[in-house]
Design a protein around this ligand. Structure first.
Ligand SMILES: Nc1ncnc2c1ncn2[C@@H]1O[C@H](COP(=O)(O)OP(=O)(O)O)[C@@H](O)[C@H]1O
Ligand SMILES: [Mg+2]
Ligand SMILES: [Zn+2]
Length: 510
């Protein structure tokens, strides 16, 4: 007998339909599997047969052929165990064909018949919904992500025995569908808050501007001054996630299998802080089995690069294109894979090797060493940091003070207002935020009055700015003006923006 079960494979961010066809006929007993399969997919034969036997279903000595179609897509992973088992059950005549063949299924099966979680369940359920399949059967540990979409019924199962019950009766399926974990933006809550950061008014202000215009942001300061603390709190002052943003984040996490055991879709913006020994593949994505990297896991949130000069240059080089485009594309012989990378980059570094410059009492670095330290970062990358600020040691009085600091929620209100202004201004454009304003559009959106024009001319000559640096200053000034709810960029906005540019230049030329 023949059967055909719906399943899916995940390539890059999305799921693609795979039909698992099973044919059982008389002939020399053998078990063959075809359809461009990775070794672990082939091994399903042994896992599934053993699991069926351990569930009490005897396997007749017949000729079994399994085909995973379409043949031109490479199938990887253990997600096809469940549809293969279902296909065998139908082809053996153990369960009826009619409704089994309209259910999308994925899941790994252990030898004892236990159903184990797999990656990419969210996109699989999305595909099933798009195909108007009524049900999806998935591993129970994946039920959080699986049951997060309205319009499709999902059953989370733990064993092959449960699969058997599902396939024997539609009423069992209906009685066991998962409750929906619908996405609600208001349940977002972070475990950290800006009210925990004492003092550091300069850095707090720079962080707010960075969030308001989605600018990249570099902090230079001695160890223990609170750089990591501030970076960790950046997601808390960004606007609440929208449903689309949450889906984008969740798809990346699902593809990596990071939603297993979690409840529903992402509720908070990600914060990723990869160590400086990270490889280019782990940062940008790729590897043998193509998976999203840290920059995609940070999408719609913050990528924090601590100890920036310690990262290898060619690793940081892979950041450049995604930083401009918001996407990372990985090319392979069998195709191109794109992952989102709409992250905000926050970086931190010690001012020098010993960490105490410009404190002449404590800094033991020789002349020229300070300069050499920051020169470990490539200029093109440093030039892409819109804001740069020095974070000095916290004052003792600040550390002990009793008055309440401003909370993330209060700062977020101002950031949200600035985002609204930008969305209105850039309606119909390809970009939403000042940080992404193309140089060619700066004249149109950031016209300067003669006095401000004069100021920028002087700064350009005195600071020997590159055209890129010049444009960055204007973009940051635009954001500062937006925080002030001012239409026209004023001298004070430009002066503050220039200040954030002078810091890195100072260290670079020290
Ligand atoms: N401004 C600050 N307000 C309150 N606590 C701080 C501040 N700066 C540093 N700390 C304390 O010192 C610890 C180390 O700070 P951290 O952010 O890791 O410093 P850095 O990254 O600059 O080396 C923090 O966990 C916090 O307890
Ligand atoms: Mg730190
Ligand atoms: Zn030093």
């Amino acid at each position: 007998m023949f059967s055909s079960i719906l399943s899916a494979t995940v390539l890059g961010m999305d799921a693609y339909l795979v039909r698992v066809e099973v044919d059982i006929c008389d002939g020399l007993p053998q078990f063959s599997m075809v359809g461009d399969l990775a070794p672990e997919v082939r091994e399903a034969a042994d896992r599934v047969r053993t699991a069926l036997r351990n569930t009490g279903i005897s396997f007749p000595p017949k000729k079994v052929t399994i085909n995973l179609s379409p043949a031109h897509i490479r199938k990887e992973g253990t997600r096809f165990d469940l549809p293969i088992a279902a296909g065998l059950l139908v082809a053996l005549g153990v369960v009826p064909r009619d409704y089994a063949e309209n259910i999308m299924m994925v899941g790994e099966i252990g030898l004892n018949g236990a159903v184990r979680p797999v990656s990419g369940v969210l996109q699989t359920v999305m595909l099933a919904r798009q195909m108007k399949s009524k049900f999806c059967i998935i591993p129970r540990d994946n039920r959080g992500e699986g049951a997060s979409l309205p319009g499709i019924l999902v059953v989370g199962i733990e064993s092959l025995k449960e699969l058997l019950e599902c396939l024997l009766s539609p009423s069992y399926i209906e009685a066991h569908t998962e409750a929906l974990h619908l996405w609600e933006p208001e349940c977002a809550s972070y475990s950290v808050d800006f009210c925990e950061v004492n003092g550091q008014h300069g850095a707090r202000r720079a962080a707010e501007i960075a969030a308001a215009g989605m600018h990249n942001f570099l902090m230079i300061g001695s160890p223990g001054s609170g750089k990591t603390m501030i970076a960790q709190r950046m997601p808390t002052i960004l606007p609440a996630l929208t449903m689309e943003e949450s889906l984008e984040i969740s798809k990346v996490y699902s593809a990596c299998g990071l939603l297993v055991g979690k409840e529903g879709l992402a509720k908070v913006r990600p914060f990723r802080a990869p160590h400086h020994t990270i490889s280019a593949n782990a940062l940008a994505g790729g590897g043998k089995k193509i998976l999203p990297g840290e920059i995609s896991l940070a999408t719609r949130g913050v990528l924090f690069l601590d100890e920036l000069p310690e990262f290898s240059r060619n690793v940081l080089e892979v950041l450049r294109q995604p930083m401009e485009e918001g996407w990372v594309t990985i090319s392979r012989v069998n195709g191109k894979y794109s992952f989102p990378a709409h992250f905000q980059m926050i970086a931190a570094m010690n001012p020098c090797r010993c960490g105490f410059y410009p404190d002449r009492q404590r800094c033991s670095c020789l002349p020229g060493e300070v300069r050499r330290y920051i020169h470990k970062i490539s200029w093109p990358l440093l030039d892409r940091m819109d804001l740069c600020t020095e974070v000095s040691r916290v004052e003792y009085t600040d550390l002990l003070k009793k008055t309440e600091n401003e909370s993330s929620a209060r700062i977020r209100e101002r950031v949200e207002a600035a985002h609204r202004i930008q969305k209105e201004r850039y309606v119909g454009c390809d970009w939403q935020f000042n940080a992404r304003l193309p140089s060619a559009a700066i004249k149109r959106f950031c016209p300067l009055n003669p006095k401000e024009e004069q100021l920028m001319e002087t700064a350009f000559e005195k600071m020997q700015l590159s055209a890129r640096a010049y444009h960055r200053i204007i973009r940051v000034a635009r954001t500062i003006a937006d925080l002030d709810k001012e239409e026209q960029i004023r001298e004070s906005h430009l002066l503050e923006a220039i200040g954030y540019r002078q810091v890195d230049q100072k260290y670079w030329e020290e």
